[in-house]
Design a protein around this ligand. Structure first.
Ligand SMILES: C[S@@+](CC[C@H](N)C(=O)[O-])C[C@H]1O[C@@H](n2cnc3c(N)ncnc32)[C@H](O)[C@@H]1O
Length: 400
C-alpha cells in the first residue's frame, strides 16, 4: 500500500451532510470519538496555560477534511497549520476554514496554513510559510498509516515533533495494536461485529508468529465502508523512539474506555458529551429508534435495572450500542511532552550539588572525615584555650 493509494482512498471519501450523518449506524461512535479529541485538547490546554501559554500555535498533521478546525477555534489558538497527503481533503478543509472565518463575529480569527504533503516522505519544515515552532502537534487517527515501514514511520514522527517548542505537546489517537491483535486472535484471525471488522493480511503470521514492528498490515472496515489497509503501530515502540531520539516524555497513554471514565468523572466532560451527543439515550425517547438491534443494549438494560433497584428513579441510561463500544475499545489516546532544557546552574548551586552528591555516594567516608574534622577542631580548641589560659595567667601574674 503506497502513500499515493492512501491519498486516493481519502480523496474519494465523500463529504456527508449533517442529515445523512445523523442516520449513520455509527452516529454516536463518531460523536464519541470527537468528544475524546475535544477532551484531550482541553486537558493539554490546561497544562499549557499553567506554563503561561494562552494562545497555542498548532500543527494538525493528517488533518483530513479539517474535522478538528472547530476544536482549534474553541481552543483559542494563535494559528494552525493543517497538512494531509490527500489534496481533495486539504481543499475541503480550506473551504471549511473559509466558511468559519466568514461566519466569525469576533475581531480575531486564527490564521491557518494548508499544506498537501506526504509526511512519510516530505520534510514539512521546508513547506511551512510560517516556520515558528508549535505548542501542540496533533495527529488524530493518522500516525499508524506510516508504520508500513521503518523509514516512513521515522520520517512521519520527525515531521510531527521536529518543530515543537520545548514544553510543547504531541497528542493523538491511534488504533491500540495489542487490543486489535488480541481481538483478531480470539476470532481465529478475524474480528467482526455489527459496525466493524478487522482482518489481517497475513493470518498465518498473526496466529503463529510474532508480528513485525513495521509493516503489520490489517484491514479495518467501519460501517461497511471499505477502508484502505492500515498498519499496527506498537505504542511501546513509538514511545521508545520519541523518548530516546526526540527528547519527548510520555505524559499519558489511555485506552479509550479509561480515558472516557476519567473525563466523564468531571462535570465539564459530561456536559460536553451531552452537547456533542457522544452517547445514546436508552431506551430511546418515544418515536425514536435505537441505533442498534435490541440485543445490543443488554448491558445498558442491566445497568438501568440495577440503578432503579438501588432507589434511583432513572428513566434512561446513556450508552453506546455494544458493537460501537467494542469498536471504540480498539483505540488509544496519548500525550507526549517535549523536554525543556535544564536551566543553567549558578556556580554555588553546582558546588552544593557536588557536595551532596559526594555525601550520597560515600557516607561512611564522610562520617570518618567528619570525625577527623571534629577531633582536629577539639584539639585546636583545647590548645587555644590552653594558650589563652597561659596568657591570662601570665598577664595576671604580671599584674601581680
Ligand atoms: C482517519 S483519517 C483522520 C483525519 C482527521 N485527523 C480526523 O481525526 O478526522 C486519516 C488521515 O491521515 C491522512 N494520511 C495518511 N497517510 C498520510 C501521510 N503519509 N501523510 C499525511 N497524511 C496522511 C489521510 O489522508 C487521512 O486524511
Amino acid at each position: 500500500m503506497s502513500s499515493e493509494q492512501v491519498a486516493e482512498h481519502y480523496n474519494a471519501v465523500k463529504e456527508v451532510g449533517v442529515e445523512k450523518r445523523t442516520e449513520s449506524r455509527i452516529f454516536y461512535m463518531r460523536n464519541f470519538n470527537n468528544w475524546v479529541k475535544s477532551m484531550l485538547i482541553n486537558e493539554i490546554l490546561g497544562h499549557l496555560r499553567q506554563d503561561g501559554v494562552q494562545f497555542p500555535r498548532v500543527l494538525d498533521i493528517g488533518c483530513g477534511k479539517g474535522g478538528d478546525l472547530r476544536k482549534w477555534d474553541i481552543a483559542r489558538v494563535s494559528s494552525v497549520t493543517m497538512t494531509d497527503i490527500a489534496d481533495v481533503s486539504v481543499e475541503q478543509a480550506k473551504g471549511r476554514y473559509e466558511e468559519m472565518k466568514d461566519r466569525n463575529r469576533r475581531n480575531f480569527f486564527f490564521p491557518a496554513e494548508f499544506i498537501v504533503a506526504d509526511s512519510t516522505k516530505d520534510d514539512l519544515m521546508e513547506k511551512y510559510a510560517n516556520k515558528m515552532p508549535f505548542d501542540i502537534s496533533s495527529c488524530q487517527f493518522s500516525l499508524h498509516y506510516s508504520f508500513c515501514d521503518e523509514q516512513s514511520a521515522r520520517t512521519y514522527i520527525r515531521n510531527a515533533v521536529g518543530n515543537l517548542k520545548p514544553g510543547g505537546f504531541f497528542i493523538g489517537t491511534l488504533p491500540d495494536a495489542n487490543r486489535i491483535v488480541w481481538a483478531a486472535r480470539q476470532g481465529n484471525g478475524m474480528f467482526k461485529n455489527a459496525v466493524c471488522s478487522i482482518t489481517f493480511e497475513n493470518t498465518e503470521q498473526l496466529l503463529n508468529e510474532q508480528l513485525p514492528h513495521f509493516g503489520a498490515k490489517f484491514h479495518f472496515t467501519l460501517d461497511e465502508q471499505v477502508n484502505c489497509p492500515e498498519f499496527l503501530a506498537h505504542f511501546s515502540l513509538l514511545q521508545k523512539i520519541l523518548v530516546d531520539e526526540f527528547d519527548m516524555d510520555l505524559v499519558f497513554v489511555r485506552q479509550f474506555p479509561d480515558a472516557a471514565k476519567k473525563w466523564m468523572a468531571s462535570r465539564e466532560g459530561r456536559e460536553l458529551a451531552s452537547k456533542m451527543r457522544a452517547l445514546e439515550k436508552y431506551p430511546p425517547f418515544p418515536g425514536q429508534n435505537p441505533s442498534g438491534e435490541a440485543d445490543e443494549y443488554g448491558y445498558a438494560e442491566e445497568q438501568l435495572k440495577k440503578m432503579n433497584e438501588d432507589g434511583n428513579k432513572q428513566k434512561y441510561i446513556e450508552c453506546l450500542s455494544k458493537s460501537e463500544w467494542e469498536a471504540v475499545c480498539m483505540y488509544l489516546v496519548f500525550a507526549f511532552r517535549k523536554r525543556k532544557p535544564e536551566p543553567e546552574k549558578k556556580p554555588e548551586e553546582e558546588v552544593k550539588e557536588a557536595e551532596e552528591d559526594r555525601k550520597r555516594k560515600c557516607p561512611a567516608e564522610d562520617e570518618a572525615a567528619g570525625d577527623e574534622v571534629l577531633e582536629k577542631r577539639q584539639k585546636t580548641e583545647e590548645e587555644e584555650s590552653g594558650q589563652e589560659q597561659g596568657k591570662d595567667n601570665g598577664e595576671q601574674g604580671g599584674a601581680e
